[in-house]
Design a protein around this ligand. Sequence first.
Ligand code: TXA
Ligand code: MG
Length: 337
Amino acid sequence: MKTNYLDSTERSLTVAAELLNKQEIVAFPTETVYGLGADATNEAAVSKIFQAKGRPADNPLIVHVHDPQQITDYVTEIPEIAQQLIDAFMPGPFTIILKSNGTVTETVTAGLDTVAIRIPNHPVAQALLAQANLPLAAPSANLSGKPSPTTAEHVYHDLNGRIAGIIDGGATGVGLESTVVDATGEIPVILRPGGITRSEIENVIGTVELANSLKVTQPKSPGMKYNHYEPDAPLYLIEGDNNFFQEQIRHFQQQGNKVGVIASAPLIDQLHVDISYPCGHREHLSEVAAKLYYALRYFNDTSVDIILAETFPTQGIGEAIMNRLTKAATNHLKQNI
Ligand code: TXA
Ligand code: MG
């Protein structure tokens, strides 16, 4: 299949909207990561997403709309606490899970009785949703298991030839996916930490729980059980001071490995290593979030055998950063604390 590489002018968005209305799938920028969109009410279109990404069928998709008023079209009810979350965080890097009324096709919800809804706060995503006049089921626009794309080039790398179009809207802002919150119960539950932090949510509704699946092995959000965000080389998390980090670099080098490092300032400036990717400053974790997926993809174009990454405090957006790093590292942790 030829993939149309589109800019974000009105004319290009018209082309993309037409493709979506012909059951084709198109990647588009959001403020978190690039999404791969399909008409959420059309079975044939949605199944193309699973095929193009190699995504397991039991992992449900988020439905994207452009106006909070539209949420009622897809759910049985909006409890009061859910409405507070919607008013506070939508549009934004926030996804709400409510009881589905069955409007979106079963493939989108993977047969669950709930549906995930998000309103992206990005002008291109907003314009596309309005033009296409469709609810768009959209997972991150990467091959399953790979880091989410934060540029159109990342999407091209993974999906060129497998999808009908890519809209290039430049680099995304947040750099990590939306926070997914299940609002079907009495107390909302964070299923995936993301762009909206736990304390921002607590400021609005008082109490929010963290899914057990984020602490133990039994997943509630089906997507949690799969490998995720994996760079080609194995990734190890290094928790300790500068000296310990340097020791670990030496240890892996002595075993004959070419070592890559993902770290922020000031640590990165003090390490001696083969190849490094600096991601912002430790005091500004939003910079680290914005660069994390670049960093994970960067090393795929290098000859490193192993990647060592700094760990971060789990406050604020740090909770989402550590969630993604821990998954990318598939349990490789070297600790000295
Ligand atoms: O920022 C984002 O959320 C991006 C952009 C494109 O909007 N999208 C995204 O989609 O990250 P995806 O498919 O990569 O991740 C969606 C997550 C998965 O972990 C999935 O299991 C979970 O949301 N999810 C979707 N529907 C669900 C449901 N009904 N119940 C529980 N979890 C659900
Ligand atoms: Mg994803």
